[in-house]
Design a protein around this ligand. Structure first.
Ligand code: ADP
Ligand code: ASP
Ligand code: MG
Length: 592
């Protein structure tokens, strides 16, 4: 018998009428011959209200008690949902995370699922019940209640679909599906018919709040088909399918996203030697802070400047932790909180040129000053002042004409770059510890060289000018990293194929002169080491494990960039092989 999981988000269960409507949907699915598991969120803004209540009592509530409190929201809605089904003449059983047997680790408020037992759910299903599962919650080994992080009901739903081997997982929400960007911020945003796992994973972690990013990791790892739909729609609107294939095969950019509350931490004047990165990032991993947009600039006199971003909610913890590292290493810590990150995402970017310069031009024309840039194969992120974040998002959405239907639809089957990764592995082998880190591959790329332009003037349009000049020479740029160093003076580095380095240097020198930048330096041959996996940015330990392994092998890291499926570091060309060997050893226990 086929089985479907239907998840209803907060707005979709905000009133008794909406609960009844959701119950009708589930009953209809059951009448069509499916077994049905519902996953339900807390009603409306109930979780926000509980957070607020806790903060009225204490500034920093103990995490364990916070989970005890927040889990109550979902307990209310599952009970009401079961009653609604009963009122409609159906049979239902509501279950909390503990009753289902959702075992998590003990990191309260950001817990990861370790295992889920299916026996109790199966028994209730076989008895003809609709099973109603509380989203967002689990229990640790000691039966302390845990929660999975805000928006975590999506992850409960996809995880249940994975363990039950459901035929599909339907996510009912308050919009028609996944849009090219948040339709509340950009009214012209278009609903997509399909979006690939890789793209959705990036979009979700870069601010597209419609899906919890860890739910997409499950979708990818276990091959769960996910359908995002509007709970208010009476018709069977197909919504958006999140699967292996992208919507279009010819578009460079599929979507864009904004994370509003970013903070940047700069650590200037630290020793430029192996081990520095490790000292800083291992401490942050220990306190479970996810770090993004890491930029390192090599300065004068054996000292380097390191800057990175964190979610503003993690700022205090980060400052404390980095302060401790600075006491040990030397260096000065500064921070800036009023920033947002705008990103474009698309599988097509991996094979098309001219995306970066268009994004930078769109921002320049909107008079947006870019404070930092990082790229990965399928995304470009720019740090911008928070006051112009939404405007920057609109400018980028317009530039790539995302409101228009794509010209050609991609075929099913091959998910473009998704083919780089092994196909979803045998479910059973990975179910033991569901959210554990698995690394799919570690690679060495010896085709690239680096160009660095120093002392960029602090005004809009600089990155646009430089990359338009680079694109005019048809140079294929791989990584781009720009960040502020000491005194806020920014440096921009990028990599190009080795035989293009002389041409890229010439372009950079001309641009530098025209724009009033400082000297251009280059490295004709670098080595890029990449670690591939799913959701490796949310596994905070990956970066620190990499830095540790490289530091122990005496290898200095020159450039870094991260995405949800890959971390790249640039090291000297002569250290590539040694770095590869060090990383293979360091990740041996988690290679999939
Ligand atoms: P739920 O309570 O159903 O989980 P959420 O509020 O978590 O709903 O997610 C739905 C919201 O996500 C939408 O109302 C929309 O404003 C926002 N959103 C952000 N980015 C996107 C996007 N790319 N596509 C669709 N919705 C988005
Ligand atoms: N109720 C939780 C929250 O608001 C979980 C969820 O809705 O997904 O974050
Ligand atoms: Mg949500």
């Amino acid at each position: 018998m086929s089985l479907i999981v239907q998840k209803f988000g907060g707005t979709s269960v905000a009133t008794s009428e909406k609960i009844m409507a959701a119950a009708r949907k589930a009953i209809r699915a059951q009448q069509q011959g499916h077994q049905v598991v519902m996953v339900v969120s807390a009603m409306g803004k109930q979780t926000d209200a509980l957070v607020d209540l806790a903060r009225q009592i204490i500034d920093e509530p103990p995490a364990r008690e916070m989970d005890m409190l927040l889990s109550t929201g979902e307990q209310v809605s599952v009970a009401l949902m079961a009653m609604a089904i009963c009122a409609l003449g159906g049979k239902a059983v509501s279950l909390t995370g503990a009753q289902i047997g959702i075992k998590t680790d003990s990191s309260h408020t950001k817990a990861r699922i370790q295992s889920i037992s299916t026996d109790r759910m199966r028994k209730h299903l076989d008895d003809g019940n609709i099973v109603i599962a509380a989203g967002f919650q689990g229990v640790d080994e000691e039966f302390n209640i845990t929660t999975l992080g805000r928006g975590g009901s999506d992850t409960t739903a996809v995880a249940l679909a994975a363990v039950l081997r459901a035929d599909s997982c339907e996510i009912y929400t308050d919009v028609d599906g996944v849009f090219t960007t948040d339709p509340r911020l950009v009214p012209s945003a278009r609903k997509m018919d399909r979006v690939s796992h890789d793209e959705m994973l990036e979009l979700a972690s870069l601010g597209a709040g419609v899906m919890h990013s860890r739910s997409i990791e499950f979708g990818m790892k276990f091959g769960v088909p996910i359908h995002v739909r509007n709970s208010a729609s009476f018709s069977d609107d197909p919504g958006t399918v999140i699967g292996p294939a992208p919507e279009s095969s010819d578009r460079a950019v599929s979507g864009c996203a904004l994370t509003k509350n970013e903070a940047r931490i700069s650590l200037s004047g630290v020793p430029d030697k192996p081990g520095t990165m490790h000292r800083i990032f291992s401490r942050l991993a220990k306190v479970n802070v996810a770090v993004d947009m890491i930029v390192q600039n090599v300065g004068a006199g054996g000292r380097a400047d390191i800057a990175f971003t964190v979610m503003e909610a993690d700022l205090q913890q980060t400052l404390k932790t980095v302060g401790e590292a600075a006491d040990e290493l030397g260096g000065e810590v500064t921070h800036d909180a009023n920033l947002s990150k705008v990103s474009v995402v698309g599988l097509g970017m991996a094979t098309q040129t001219g995306v970066a310069d268009r994004m930078f031009r769109a921002l320049a024309d909107a008079k947006v000053n870019i404070h930092a840039i990082t790229t990965s194969q399928i995304k470009i992120s720019c740090l911008v002042p928070r006051s112009v974040g939404a405007e920057a998002l609109r400018a980028v959405h317009d530039e790539f004409e995302l409101e228009k239907e794509p010209g050609s639809r991609a075929s099913f089957g091959n998910g473009g770059r998704a083919a780089e990764r092994p196909s979803p592995v045998d479910v059973v082998s990975r179910l033991q510890r569901m959210e554990d880190l698995t690394i799919d591959d570690i690679r060495l790329d010896q085709t690239q060289g680096r160009v660095t332009i120093s002392q960029l003037p602090d005004r809009p349009g600089i990155a646009a000018e430089i990359f338009e000049a680079v694109a005019a020479e048809n140079l294929l740029v791989d990584m781009i990293v720009q960040g502020a160093g000491r005194d806020g003076v920014a440096t921009l580095s990028f990599t190009v194929p080795r035989d293009s380095v002389p041409a890229a240097v010439a372009v950079a020198e001309a641009a530098s002169k025209r724009l009033g930048c400082g000297p251009v330096t280059s490295d004709p041959a670098t080595a890029i080491l990449s670690v591939f996996g799913v959701g490796i940015r949310t596994h905070v330990g990956v970066g620190s494990r990499m830095f540790k392994a490289l530091s122990e092998a005496g290898i200095n890291v020159e450039m870094i960039n991260t995405s949800e499926v890959r971390v790249n570091v640039v090291v000297g060309a002569d250290r590539g092989e040694a770095g590869l060997a060090a990383l293979r050893t360091a990740f041996a226990d988690v290679m999939g």
